[in-house]
Design a protein around this ligand. Structure first.
Ligand SMILES: NCc1[nH]cc(CCC(=O)O)c1CC(=O)O
Ligand SMILES: [Zn+2]
Ligand SMILES: [Zn+2]
Length: 333
């Protein structure tokens, strides 16, 4: 008996044809609704600044962003994640400029809602772009993070974005119990059925955020974020953080960064199969892949990575590659 010709051991017969192969890859397709595009919004309406550490990524004033989005929405873009950057508004200890009427995100939301009625608008909610000390929360007198005060402040900022027209508020600060505080703020203003909460539930203290912090000018002035972002080796804390955020009412969960954390994606999806799961392909990951330009090899590598993220359990991928992905997949549908 020759093992190599034994019928029950023939595997390749099931996928010799490309259509057969598709059937072997369930729930891994990359369609426009599986992609969310992060955008950097400046105060100056007409500004357009390339980000040197992130090829093909720009920081936009709202007028320039509207032009860029017009093109992308025509190509199928379904959702964006907005990050505000202040240059003339002052940074202070409590991040006051996060929710003043002059904040670029607050000013832009009504215009975006009107110009792109079908585009899903998510806002990153954090204090680090707006605090003088650069931390994601508020500091107490001894310099430690004050979670209670931070959570209260984060909920105020989330509510301001919700009132201005955000469909999704996405707190990335990692302060304890912020999801509950945000949900309560939405309920008390009767916005709970018009605004969804996407928690950066499993966010790790990664060294792959460097280009983003340069872009946002949001690095901490002293110390680091290891006391509130998760230790990269800890699957246990990630599971507890996701469970806590689900209990507090999070509508969607997130794992961040992406590629090195696919085990966390799979565990989180298995733990909460009924919550949409986002994965953030962060700036450092983008920079590593994008170095090859947009050659055919970069494109196939990128699509492979996205497929693997979907296989691991991600429903939506937040990625600076969104424009390239849309042009790759629009040729295929
Ligand atoms: N508020 C924190 C925040 N919001 C988005 C990113 C990273 C995104 C990226 O690297 O692309 C970070 C990480 C950090 O600075 O600690
Ligand atoms: Zn932050
Ligand atoms: Zn953030």
């Amino acid at each position: 008996m020759n093992l190599f010709s034994s019928p029950e051991h023939i595997l390749q017969g099931g996928y010799f044809h490309s259509t057969l192969r598709k059937l072997q890859e369930p729930n891994t397709s990359i369609e426009p609704h599986n992609i969310m595009y992060p955008v950097f919004l400046l105060e100056n309406d007409n500004a357009l600044q390339p980000v040197s550490s992130l090829p093909n990524v720009n920081r936009y004033g709202i007028n320039q962003l509207m032009l860029a989005l017009k093109d992308l929405v025509a190509k199928g873009l379904k959702s964006i994640l907005i990050f505000g950057i202040v240059e003339t508004l002052e940074k202070d200890a409590i991040g006051s400029s996060a929710d003043t009427p002059e904040n670029p995100v607050i000013k832009a939301l009504p215009r975006l809602r009107e110009a792109f009625p079908d585009l899903l608008l998510a806002c990153d909610v954090c204090l680090c772009p707006y605090t003088s000390h650069g931390h994601c929360g508020l500091l107490s007198a001894n310099g430690a993070i004050d979670h209670g005060a931070s959570t209260k402040r984060i909920a105020e900022v989330a509510l301001a974005y919700a009132k201005a027209g955000a469909h999704i508020v996405a707190p990335s600060d990692m302060m304890d119990n912020r999801i509950k505080a945000i949900k309560e703020a939405l309920v008390s203003h009767k916005l709970e059925n018009q605004v969804s909460v996407l928690s950066y539930s499993c966010k790790f203290a990664s060294s792959m955020y460097g280009p983003f912090r340069d872009t946002m000018k949001s690095s901490p002035m002293a110390s680091d974020r290891k006391c509130y972002q998760l230790p990269p080796g800890s699957a246990g804390l990630a599971a507890r953080a996701a469970a806590r955020d689900v209990a507090e009412g999070a509508d969607c969960l997130m794992v961040k960064p992406g590629l090195p954390y696919l085990d966390i994606v799979r565990r989180t999806k298995d733990q909460f199969p009924n919550h949409p799961l986002f994965i953030y392909q962060v700036s450092g990951e983008y920079a590593m892949i994008a170095r090859g330009g947009d050659s055919a090899e970069v494109q196939t590598t990128l699509m492979e990575i996205l497929t693997c993220m979907r296989r691991a359990g991600a429903d939506c991928i937040i990625t600076y590659f969104a424009p390239l992905i849309l042009s790759i997949i629009s040729g295929k549908h």
